[in-house]
Ligand binder design. Structure first.
Ligand code: IVH
Length: 692
């Protein structure tokens, strides 16, 4: 700790001001944003320093001193609230058939064949709340908690704009309304934008944002966020003055509570289904997220007769929308240019929550796909998300096209560099012919060059390389290796100023030194990694390995390619004509040759050392990988297997010797079991390939 023996009063005053601010910042980060940025020891140090200074200069204790705040600001839990009428949940259904069963069940229970009237209400995707009024005064707010015990959010509800604190005095003495607190899509996007700009945590969807804003121990934060709410049911009420759900909704509306304008009365199954279809279609246009529709028997007498199952009423049900699909607007079709010049269309979507994840982009695959599905900018589209894959556009709601939208014209020039973009016969992909003069291709190639399976330079990530490229600091792979020299302080005679990387935002002397160390370390590289790093089209790690194995040295390989001597290349099992063609084309490009020649002056490529261990158990064997590997990527595993003289195949057959089964292995594993093939774990595979 700082020695404060000789500190002057002025200095102490300054220090205390600084500490009050710092400690408050740390408290907010810790208690309210769940994002502590100080470790415990540093935080304690600040507090102890504050205490020591205050002990020495008691007259300097500030009004906002952290020592006065302990316990007030840092309450760590909400008060518990007992709900006299429990807050229940609803059973879910997902189809028309289930809806019919639900209605038939009700009729059977009531022994009635008459149509039953229901309300249909959008199922708000937010957080349910309960608000208790005594003699018209709001006295207590609660979350649902476990249904019987909730958390006290009285202050937080009070902090929501428009939340009624007083009702007219004619309401029942005890009057508890229930509904949902939510955040509109617009407010959610604005909040995320603001948080992003301030480097704060962003939320995955409006529901999380609403939860994070409402469940704040410090209600001042709730006040800063734009939350909305509406009412759809009641809890404890001393006098029930309505005979149906609709009458209740009308009643609370007259009291000034917002209710959903899309609530409807439906007199039979057909009307219920119609309301479902229509809401599902309009879902994207609603200003907030809904995840289905709630149907409730309208008549309270019937509700009473139907009663409850353990946790859900028999008189209501939630009809959920198919979870992973959503409808939204296609705002734009953007063309991305990849490392090999491939033009890939990407859909920019009006952001929407699909199964709990905010989706704003989808893949469009290629030109033909856009044509086949007749996708046009401005269309309302159905998007689908399955697991972690990039969302896709399933179909277009052509009937929603209100105006004439022009057909999408796929560009025939590269949007990044203006060079011709051509599509070879039999190819699905159109490519930019700009090569390395195309900035998009250049950046993607740089990213590939530094990637894990290639030069693997720690501290040099995609974002940094993008910035370096934009600023002209690194244009080609070779420039990475001159960074250190260019960063040295310029001398009098130099007309190029030093890069001063340590002055970049978020950098420092230490990180720059580390980066240079990593770059220097990467200069020594295996032949196969070097070949892979070049980024030749179709040449992945496995092919790079095969090339290394057959040519032994880069010199051999390059000379053969320049001489267009393909004999050896196409004789390699696993290298086809198309790949060979691409490789030769790569070496025909002057740009590429220049980069390689420059690189050869700084890197040292290790010669291929042959098969490491012919006595390895997998030498000469055929392996199949299946399932998720946890310690290796698929391509790492593959090149490791190849390095030990194994062949790697994509499918299981009687020729397979080993199946390496990772987590969640599926049909390949079953097939291997059926064929009696030896199955080994990732760990066993690692052991077999441990010795070099
Ligand atoms: S009524 C006993 N109406 O859905 C019935 N709930 O799965 C109580 N919800 O916890 C609920 N919109 O958070 C009802 N119009 C609506 C609703 C709705 C959303 C939520 C609510 C509830 C959950 C039940």
């Amino acid at each position: 700790m700082i020695d404060i023996t000789n500190i002057t009063e002025d200095q102490a005053k300054q220090q205390l001001e600084y500490l009050a601010k710092e400690i408050e910042k740390a408290d907010i980060a810790y208690y309210q944003n769940d994002e502590p940025y100080l470790d415990d020891a540093s935080y304690d140090r600040l507090r102890r320093l504050n205490d020591a200074l205050e002990a020495k200069f008691p007259h300097l204790i500030r009004d906002d001193s952290p020592s006065k705040r302990v316990g007030a600001m840092v309450k760590s839990e909400f008060k518990k609230v007992e709900l006299s009428v429990p807050m229940l949940s609803l059973a879910d259904i997902f189809s028309e058939g289930e809806l019919k069963d639900f209605i038939a069940g009700i009729k059977r229970f009531l022994n009635s064949s008459e149509d039953i009237t229901f309300t249909s209400e959008p199922k708000m995707d937010g957080l349910s709340f309960s608000a208790l009024y005594q003699n018209g005064i709001f006295v207590r707010g609660s979350t649902r908690g476990d249904g019987r015990i909730g958390e006290d959010i009285t202050d937080n509800l009070k902090a929501i704009k428009g939340f009624p604190l007083f009702l007219n005095n004619k309401v029942p003495e005890i009057f508890e309304v229930r509904g949902e607190v939510f955040m509109s899509k617009k407010d959610f996007l604005a909040l995320n934008q603001k948080n992003e700009a301030e480097h704060k945590k962003t939320f995955a969807n409006p529901r999380n944002a609403a939860a994070g804003s409402l469940r704040q121990l410090d209600a001042r934060i709730t006040r800063e966020r734009n939350l909305s709410f509406l009412v759809y049911t009641w809890g404890e009420v001393s006098e029930i003055r309505w005979k149906s759900q609709v009458e209740f909704l009308d009643y609370v509306k007259t009291l000034g509570f917002p209710v959903n304008p899309y609530n409807k009365v439906c007199r039979n199954d057909t009307e219920l289904l119609e309301s479902f279809e229509s809401l599902m279609e309009n879902r994207a246009d609603l200003p907030y997220d809904i995840d289905g529709i709630v149907y409730k028997v309208n008549d309270l007498e019937l509700q009473k007769r139907l009663g409850f199952l353990t946790r859900t009423p028999r008189w209501a049900i939630a009809h959920k929308f198919p979870a992973e699909q959503a409808i939204t607007r296609l705002n734009n079709i953007r063309i991305q240019v990849g490392r090999t010049g491939a033009l890939t269309p990407v859909a920019d979507l009006e952001p929407i929550n699909v199964g709990g994840v905010l989706v704003s982009h989808a893949t469009l695959h290629n030109e033909d796909e856009i044509k086949r599905k007749d996708i046009r900018i401005g269309d309302m589209v159905v998007i689908q998300r399955a697991g972690d894959v990039i969302p896709q556009i399933v179909s277009v709601l052509t009937e929603k096209r209100t105006e004439m939208l022009p057909e999408f014209q796929f560009p025939t020039v590269c949007p990044e560099c203006g060079a011709h973009a051509i599509r070879e016969e039999d190819e699905a992909v159109r490519r930019c012919t700009g090569g390395l003069s195309c900035p998009a291709q250049a950046v993607e190639r740089l990213k590939h060059f530094i990637s894990r399976e290639a030069f693997n330079i720690e501290g040099l990530g995609d974002k940094v390389i993008e910035d370096f490229y934009k600023e002209g600091i690194v244009k080609t792979p070779y420039d990475i290796f001159t960074l250190e020299e260019r960063n040295r302080p310029a001398d009098l005679f130099s007309n190029t100023p030093a890069l001063n990387l340590e002055n970049r935002e978020g950098w420092g002397i230490k990180s720059v030194r580390k980066l240079f160390e990593a770059i220097n370390k990467s200069k020594k590289i295996s032949l196969q990694k070097f070949i892979y790093a070049l980024g030749i089209r179709l040449v992945g790690t496995a092919t790079a390995y095969l090339i290394a194995k057959h040519y032994h040295s880069f010199e051999n390989f390059m000379n053969a390619m320049i001489a267009q001597d393909l004999q050896l290349l196409i004789s390699i099992d696993g290298i086809g004509a198309a790949m060979a063609q691409d490789i030769v084309e790569f070496f025909k490009e002057q740009h590429n040759l220049e980069i390689i020649r420059n690189l050869l002056t700084v890197v040292s490529i290790e010669e291929f050392e042959g098969i490491a261990n012919t006595s390895s158990e997998i030498f000469g064997k055929t392996l199949v990988f299946t399932g998720t590997l946890t310690t290796l990527t698929r391509s790492e595993a593959k090149s490791k297997a190849l390095a030990f003289g194994a062949k790697v195949s994509g499918s299981v057959s009687t020729n397979t010797d080993y199946v390496v089964a990772g987590e969640n292995a599926g049909s390949k594993l079953t097939k291997a079991q059926e064929l009696g093939i030896k199955i080994i774990s990732e760990e066993e595979f690692n052991q077999m390939t441990a010795q070099v």
